[in-house]
Structures are given as structure tokens and as C-alpha cells.
Design a protein around this ligand. Structure first.
Ligand code: GTP
Length: 455
């Protein structure tokens, strides 16, 4: 049996900080290293899992809430077992945590795993340079997350001016307490920063079992659990991940304040209505991600969508041939009226060409059969609101409530309907990842910068 242990790196960071972007950068620049990825989405539609560009069979998804609390730790063990089989020939396993996960819990799950083929490879914390100050005001615990990281990636520095960047780098470096801090744009870090990371001596990265005990009790863990971990450690035996995690249903985690809405529609969105929804989105709705189908307004492309705080971008990408044309969105926020958001989204669905032919945009069975996992019930600190029948909800909205300029599948509008969307499109200039190359943030009140690309 091979004695080589595969490092397991935890990739954490607040909602929208750029974890998936960094992961895709690593996958594109790994030069032959085989990277296994375990993705943990907060929303029930696994958007992150869909956007990670790993090798076939090397990406697995742990959906349904934050890995640190909600996912059955046994499921993680099963995936780790699968990914560490010699036939998989993996060099490194990266776990992308949900943007609301408690990183110390995740690290502890890895340390507690009794899989002999893995070794904890460090905690990488991605920080959104543009949002960090506001985020730490709302969630002071992010300072602690930075403090326990082995590597802090200060990402999105392209969105800061030189002096702001220097100030933030100083303050994050202080919080990082000696751990390396690298600045990055679009997560473009040197992969060697991760691939060479190994635990040194008794310590495991920045965190030892003792540190973790302290960290976790600071985060509200029951003391008995820490004792169990310490006792098991003293006895030389690992605590099973499940055992170690059973008491983690505390309320100190960031995600206890957040709720998510999952929206799926097999009828296209009306671009104007959707933009008006986005332009007036409530302040608490911090993160939106997914894919929008604008039907005949652009039959060739689906529009990947990312909103982080007030930041909004669309990334058109050609539909894969034979792909089912769906809009799939996950919306995450705190203090949000999930029912109202669901209804507003339903009202963004373009009317069917004729009422007689109209059918519900999403049936319950569509959701059950699709990539969704509407099994969020009982997840601690998290409420998942699927919008089960967007078509029916839409039909319940009076037409005059939808405004005059709604447009429809029949009224493609010479492309003008798409102008609002195109204001937030950035051309992919980076052949490496199809990411935006130049960074210019359109102001919401800015005029469209380019002619619409659709007819
Ligand atoms: N300007 C700028 N945008 C970035 C950078 N890195 C990522 N983004 C954008 O930020 C948005 C969110 O990026 P993701 O990689 O999906 O963030 P995430 O941390 O995986 O998001 P969650 O999984 O929802 O927590 C996307 O629109 C990215 O293109 C960067 O360095 N600069």
C-alpha cells in the first residue's frame, strides 16, 4: 500500500470573494498536477459545482448547506476515500467551502478524518479586497478566519486604488498574524503556494489540535466536544469526523443569519424585468449567482451572473449543444423577504407566446429531476426557499403589474431589451480562463458602453 498522503487544502472566504475563480485558475495552471475538488454550495442549486472546470471524475459536490454544519460528515469521508484511491492518482484535494462556512470547523473535520491517505494541507482564506471592510463590520468573525489561515489571498485588488490597496494589505497582514498574505486579481496566485504546502512537525499549518479546540470553542462549540477531541488526540486516535461534528449546530456561524432562495425556470427571463429586479434588489441580498436564459433575446448564449454586494456582472457563454435551456439562480442574503424575492423573480419570466400554450415554467418534478437538491429541511441555521412553480406564480401576477415595457418572447425588440444586461457584460479578454481582463466597473447609472451584440 502506498504510504504517500495527499494534502487536503481548505479554500475558504466570504460570499463572492473569488474562491471558485481562484480554483479555476489553479485547475488551468496546474501543469499536470492532478487536483481533486470537493465543492460545497450554500444554495440547493449547485452553481459552484457547475462552474468548476476540473477533470472528469475529479470534482465532487457536497451541496445542501455549509459543509461545516449541515453536510453529513460521513459523506465527506466517502468522497475522501474515493478521491484518495491510488487509481485516482490525485496530487492534492481542495475543498471549496461555502462562502458562509466556519473554516475552523472544516479544518477540524479534516484533522479528525481517519482516512490514512490524507494529510491536512492548510487553510487558504480568500479575501475580497473591495468588500472586506464592510464585511468585517457586519461579520467581525471574518477577522478570526483570516487569523487562522495559512495563506491569505487578498483578491480583487484590481478594484482598489494604490493607497487603498496598501492600507488594506497592511491591515490584513496584521490580522493574518504571520501567515503569508498574497495579493491577487482573479485569484491568479502561483499554484506552488498550495502544492508545496505540507504540515511541519507537530503543527498542522497555522492550526494545531489545541488551536482548533480554542478556535471552535470561541465559535460556540460545546466544551465536551473539545474534550473528546483532546482525549482522542492524547490517546493517539483520531476522532471520527462525524463524532467530532455532531455538536456543531451552534448559532455563532455566519450562516445562521443568512437565507437563500433557489430559482429555476425553463421559460426565459424577460431582460428588462430582470434588470429592474436586479437594480432594485434589497441591500441584504448580498450574493446572486447562476445562469440566466434570455430566450430569443439571445438564443446563442446563456448569461452567467454574479452579484456580490452592489457589484454585478454578466458573462455570456455559448449554450452547450443539446443543453436544456434553464435559468438557475441562487440568491443569498440576510434580512431578506424570501417569498417576495421568489414572487419578484417569477414576475421576471417572459410571458409564454400564448396563454393557451403556456405551461408552468418549472414543475415540481422539474426540480426533483434537475440538478437541484431541494433537501434543505432541517439544516441548522439555514433556510432554503425553492421557488417551485415560477410559471404559476408568474401567471398569478396581473399583466398590468408587470409594466408597459416588459417585452416578451414575441417582442424581441430589435435587441434594445438587452441593453440593460449588456451594461454589465465584460468581454472575456483572458484566454486562460475566459475571465475579464480589464477591470472597469460600470456605475449603475452609466449609459450602455457598447452596441448590443444581439439582434
Ligand atoms: N474585479 C474582480 N472580480 C473578481 C475577482 N475575482 C473574482 N471576481 C468576480 O467575483 C465574482 C464572484 O467570484 P466567485 O469566484 O464566484 O466567488 P466565490 O467566492 O466562489 O463565491 P461564493 O461561492 O458564492 O462564495 C465573479 O463575478 C468573479 O468574476 C477579482 O480579482 N477582481
Amino acid at each position: 500500500m502506498s504510504t504517500q498522503q495527499i494534502p487536503v487544502v481548505v479554500l475558504a472566504g466570504f460570499l463572492g470573494s473569488g474562491k471558485t475563480t481562484l480554483l479555476n485558475h489553479l485547475l488551468h495552471t496546474s501543469r499536470g498536477s492532478r487536483i481533486a475538488v470537493i465543492v460545497n454550495d450554500f444554495g440547493s442549486i449547485e452553481i459552484d459545482a457547475m462552474t468548476v472546470a476540473g477533470q472528469v471524475g475529479s470534482t465532487v459536490s457536497l451541496g445542501n448547506g455549509c459543509l461545516c454544519c449541515a453536510v453529513d460528515a460521513g459523506e465527506l469521508d466517502v468522497y475522501l476515500e474515493r478521491l484518495t484511491r491510488p487509481s485516482a492518482r490525485m496530487d492534492i484535494i481542495i475543498i471549496e467551502a461555502s462562502g458562509l462556512a466556519e473554516p475552523a470547523e472544516l479544518v477540524r473535520m479534516i484533522l479528525a478524518s481517519d482516512n490514512p491517505h490524507i494529510v491536512y494541507g492548510g487553510l487558504v482564506e480568500v479575501v475580497d479586497a473591495a468588500e472586506f471592510e464592510a464585511t468585517r463590520e457586519r461579520h467581525p468573525e471574518v477577522e478570526r478566519h483570516v487569523g487562522i489561515a495559512d495563506l491569505v489571498v487578498l483578491n480583487k485588488t484590481d478594484r482598489l486604488q494604490g493607497d487603498q490597496r496598501a492600507r488594506l494589505t497592511r491591515s490584513v497582514t496584521q490580522l493574518a498574524g504571520g501567515a503569508a498574505v498574497v495579493t491577487a486579481s482573479y485569484g491568479r496566485i502561483d499554484p506552488e503556494l498550495l502544492f508545496e504546502r505540507r504540515p511541519v512537525g507537530e503543527r498542522v499549518g497555522q492550526l494545531s489540535f489545541d488551536d482548533l479546540r480554542d478556535e471552535v470553542s470561541a465559535a460556540g462549540q460545546e466544551p465536551g466536544e473539545a474534550e473528546a477531541a483532546r482525549a482522542a488526540e492524547a490517546a493517539g486516535g483520531p476522532v471520527s469526523a462525524r463524532e467530532a461534528h455532531d455538536h456543531a449546530e451552534d448559532s455563532a456561524h455566519t450562516h445562521s443569519a443568512y437565507e437563500s432562495v433557489a430559482f429555476t425556470s425553463d421559460r426565459p427571463l424577460d431582460p428588462r424585468r430582470f434588470m429592474s429586479f436586479l437594480d432594485s434588489r434589497p441591500a441584504g441580498l448580498y450574493r446572486i449567482k447562476g445562469f440566466a436564459d434570455f430566450g430569443r433575446n439571445d438564443p446563442l448564449n446563456r448569461y452567467a451572473l454574479h452579484a456580490v454586494g452592489r457589484f454585478l456582472r454578466f458573462y455570456p457563454e455559448p449554450w452547450a449543444s443539446g443543453a436544456r435551456r434553464l435559468t438557475q439562480l441562487v440568491l443569498i442574503g440576510s434580512d431578506i423577504d424570501t417569498e417576495a424575492i421568489g414572487a419578484e423573480l417569477a414576475a421576471c419570466v417572459a410571458p409564454a407566446p400564448s396563454r393557451a400554450a403556456s405551461s408552468p415554467a418549472v414543475s415540481r418534478s422539474d426540480i426533483a429531476e434537475g440538478p437541484n437538491r431541494p433537501d434543505g429541511e432541517g439544516v441548522p441555521g439555514r433556510t432554503e426557499h425553492a421557488v417551485p412553480d415560477a410559471g404559476a406564480l408568474h401567471d398569478a401576477v396581473p399583466d398590468d403589474a408587470l409594466g408597459e415595457e416588459t417585452g416578451s418572447e414575441d417582442e424581441v425588440d430589435g435587441g434594445r431589451a438587452m441593453w440593460g444586461v449588456l451594461r454589465y457584460v465584460q468581454q472575456a479578454a483572458d484566454p486562460e480562463e475566459g475571465e475579464p481582463g480589464s477591470e472597469r466597473e460600470p456605475e449603475p447609472d452609466q449609459e450602455p458602453e457598447r452596441e448590443p451584440a444581439v439582434s
